[in-house]
Ligand binder design. Structure first.
Ligand SMILES: Nc1ncnc2c1ncn2[C@@H]1O[C@H](COP(=O)(O)OP(=O)(O)OP(=O)(O)O)[C@@H](O)[C@H]1O
Ligand SMILES: [Mg+2]
Length: 496
């Protein structure tokens, strides 16, 4: 059988009697075996080295080298080959002795063909089974080797990654991490998995996200991206649940990227925009004042045409100044500096003042402005910021109501919050546009509001201010029916 169980079994018959060798050859060839012959032990060992052999029939008494010596050699060097001793009736004891020393079985001369073939058949089966065992053992070894190779390859890849990797199990214990993680998160302790996540990071946002994935509060197809600050680094952590084949959550996987350099660049960009806006504002303000002087006739009388041109110039300058103010606001919000001076703020008063400022423009457009106030308790806020929020929302409500109509500002108490609603019956916003209106510079294209001037910064600034006050803003809108913006601001306790 050699290595392949389908190939012919090769039997080596070692006997100094030619008749025995020939007899064996005849009987065994007839059963499909291949037969080799050797007339003494030495010849047999030579053949064993040169040829593949599956089974050996071995006479004990031979010239040159006897069977016992051959058996010893085969057991030592080819233990996989079963050896069957050929023995005469009187020497069975010797054969039994040989079996103790490792022979598989014995046959007695003269052979009983049936008995002889039975013994050979058993030895062949043993040989085949042994070969199969060896084959599976090798296969197992190879599989184990492949597996360990694959494992070590994966480990090498994860360990060489520049991004940090953090894997937790069902109990939110860290079960896998890489050196980049310890470096990025400034961890100096040894991590011995499984280790409780909270011993590795105290970041509440990250821990909360991983908890939510594990408990199923976040859908399994989601991933969450969040910024984390450690002592030296700003990191972007992208987390997702680890799913079993049946889609059950068995843990979480987080990849952390170092975005410190990007953050620095972003800051530089904001500083730059801030600086340019500042530098532009002063000369523009002075040009605006000079135009006013001319318009008021203080620099000599103006003809109608001249006054008209100067007036148009003033309008453009005002637009430019508004854009610059918006840019400065954005820069301030991004730097997180907006709510520096909080004071008890009377929201109703600010609403009424803002409405009066916008009323001339609303009248021009046939929009009726109304205020309904059910709650007058103050909120702890930056009055300038709240003024800006209301001005943005009410201006939008008027601007995007080209056909006139009613704009209502309503204030009431809602739990611990003050709720401010600004509703209009204007053009509305299509549902697919709703999430984008908060983006900087985003403006919805609508044929009826094409002439409305704007930069698309108003709502970005508004949301920034509301959130800096720990408040919340959302919007409901129906195309052609109108829009309602709703703000919730935490109210002061009555004894504050
Ligand atoms: N009340 C509203 N009704 C309909 N569309 C609105 C309303 N408010 C905002 N939008 C849409 O959202 C977009 C973004 O509003 P945002 O206030 O941020 O910018 P803007 O009004 O275009 O410019 P500005 O920065 O001068 O305010 C608007 O361009 C408009 O398309
Ligand atoms: Mg606006």
């Amino acid at each position: 059988m050699n290595d392949d169980s389908s190939s012919k079994i090769r039997i080596l018959v070692v006997d100094d009697e030619r008749v025995v060798r020939d007899g064996c050859r005849r009987v065994l060839s007839g059963k499909g075996y291949e037969v080799l012959g050797a007339e003494d032990g030495k010849q047999a060992l030579g053949l064993l080295e040169a040829e593949p052999v599956d089974l050996m029939l071995l006479d004990l008494k031979m010239p040159v080298m006897g069977g016992e010596e051959v058996l010893e050699h085969v057991r030592a060097h080819r233990p996989d080959i079963p050896v069957i001793i050929i023995t005469g009736h009187g020497t069975v004891d010797n054969a039994v002795e040989c079996m103790k020393r490792g022979a598989y079985d014995f046959v007695t001369k003269p052979f009983q063909v049936e008995q002889f073939l039975l013994t050979i058949g058993r030895a062949v089966d043993k040989r085949r089974l042994e070969q199969q065992r060896l084959f599976y053992e090798k296969e197992k070894e190879r599989n184990l080797y492949d597996l360990s190779l694959e494992k070590s390859r994966l480990k090498t890849i994860i360990n060489c990654m520049a991004n940090g990797v953090l894997v937790t199990n069902r109990n939110l214990e860290v079960v896998l991490h890489n050196p980049a993680l310890t470096r990025l998160m400034d961890i100096d302790q040894e991590i011995h998995p499984p280790m409780d996540l909270t011993r590795l990071t105290e970041n509440p946002a990250l821990i909360d996200t991983l908890h939510k994935f594990q408990s199923g509060e976040l859908p399994p197809e989601d991933f969450v991206s969040q910024e984390i600050e450690t002592g030296k680094h700003v990191l972007r952590a992208i987390s997702a649940p680890a799913l079993a084949p049946d889609d059950g959550v068995v843990g979480t996987v987080t990849v952390l990227e170092d975005i410190t350099a990007f953050k620095r660049l972003d800051e530089m960009k904001s500083d730059f925009v801030n600086m340019v806006a500042h530098e532009l504002r002063s000369p523009l303000v002075s040009i605006r004042q000079q135009h006013n002087v001319i318009l008021e006739g203080l620099a000599g009388p103006l003809q109608e045409k001249q006054a008209d041109l100067i007036q148009r110039g003033v309008k453009k300058i005002d637009q430019l100044l508004e854009l610059i103010n918006d840019l400065l606001d954005i820069a301030r919000i991004e730097a997180g500096k907006h709510v520096q001076h909080r004071a008890p703020t009377d929201v109703e008063k600010i609403i009424r003042e803002t409405v009066e400022l916008i009323r001339p423009r609303a009248d021009e457009q046939g929009v009726t402005l109304s205020v309904a106030c059910d709650e007058s308790r103050p909120v702890q806020a930056d009055p300038k910021g709240i003024g800006e929020v209301l001005s943005n929302l009410i201006t939008n409500a008027v601007n995007y109501s080209p056909g006139g109509g009613r704009v209502e500002v309503a204030v009431r108490k809602r739990g611990d919050n003050l709720e401010i609603r600004v509703s209009d019956g204007g053009v509305g916003i299509p549902p697919e546009e709703l999430p984008k209106i908060w983006d900087k510079f985003y403006r919805v294209k609508h044929p009826e509001t094409r002439q409305v001037m704007g930069t698309g910064l108003g709502l970005a600034i508004t949301r920034g201010i509301v959130e800096a006050h720990q408040g919340h803003i959302d919007v409901e809108s129906e195309p052609d029916r109108g829009t309602t913006f709703r703000i919730l601001l935490p109210m002061m306790a009555s004894d504050e």
